[in-house]
Ligand binder design. Structure first.
Ligand SMILES: [Zn+2]
Length: 256
């Protein structure tokens, strides 16, 4: 995988954001494969399509590219808040490709796939409305909070200039698909407990360690009066999906 951006494409653009968009989209169209089915390339939608930027010509899956000069960071600004929420609620969001590139070196440094079933209203932050003086006064955008997505939903294709093996990317994407949950409330709970499991550093852990997150979970789910039974239920789901196993006596093991 050649990580170089094609500098010739930037010529003739006055706006930095426009030329960056052309450079990064060109790179994806030339080099990125479909993480869902393994197709060697992704196709670019015609301009100004409101939802997605790319689609897979084989499986039809859609992708939106968010790119940034430098490190991607924990928070990625995206479009209108209401549009994003309704896309998540109607299950019509594309998968996301988060790219960090270097304009000074003209290279792609980081690329991460987030399948759409890892999106949830809880990871979408509402921005302040644009001020009265702005051209689009009152418009409300959103941020995607990448650090709230469990690691199983952030599949690295390029990490600090190191390219992952394609087969490993396909395997991780397929495995993450086992966590797909249509119901948003169930999805929220599953990912909350998965994040708790991920936060425990050892691969072997016990129920008490997950119970220690009870207060945080209560804060996120104020209407739920049965946090501990909910934790046990979600651990069972994670076991059924092959992400942890029960060793016995309240002891669990992560399956990596
Ligand atoms: Zn595909």
């Amino acid at each position: 995988m050649d990580l170089t951006l094609d500098a010739r494409l930037a010529e003739g653009y006055r706006s930095g954001s426009q030329s960056a968009r052309v450079l990064t989209e060109d790179w994806i169209a030339r080099h990125m494969f479909c993480p869902r089915c393994g197709s060697d390339r992704l196709s670019h939608f015609e301009n100004n399509r409101p939802v997605a930027d790319f689609y897979c010509p084989v499986c039809g899956n859609q992708f939106e590219l968010k790119s940034k000069n430098g490190i991607i960071g924990k928070k990625v600004p995206d479009g209108a808040y209401d549009t994003m929420i309704s896309r998540i609620r109607s299950d019509s969001s594309p998968d996301f490709l988060f790219m960090g590139y270097s304009l000074s070196r003209m290279t792609v440094n980081n690329l991460t796939v987030v399948p759409k079933y890892f999106l949830h209203p809880d990871i979408i932050e509402k921005r302040e409305p644009l001020s009265d003086s702005a051209r689009r006064s009152g418009w409300i955008g959103c941020n995607i909070l990448l650090d709230k997505i469990p690691i199983q939903g952030k599949i690295d294709v390029i990490t600090d200039g190191i390219v992952s093996d394609k087969a490993a990317v396909l395997n991780k994407t397929a495995r993450s698909g086992k966590l797909e949950t249509k119901n948003l409330s169930s999805r929220g709970w599953l990912f909350d407990i998965l994040r708790c499991v991920n936060a425990v550093s050892n691969s072997i852990f016990n129920l008490e360690q997950i119970y220690s997150f009870e207060e945080t979970l209560r804060h996120n789910h104020p209407d739920n009066r049965n946090i501990r039974p909910k934790i046990r239920q979600q651990l069972q789901i994670l076991r059924d999906k092959g992400f942890i196993e029960f060793v016995g006596n309240g002891i669990y093991r992560k399956i990596l």
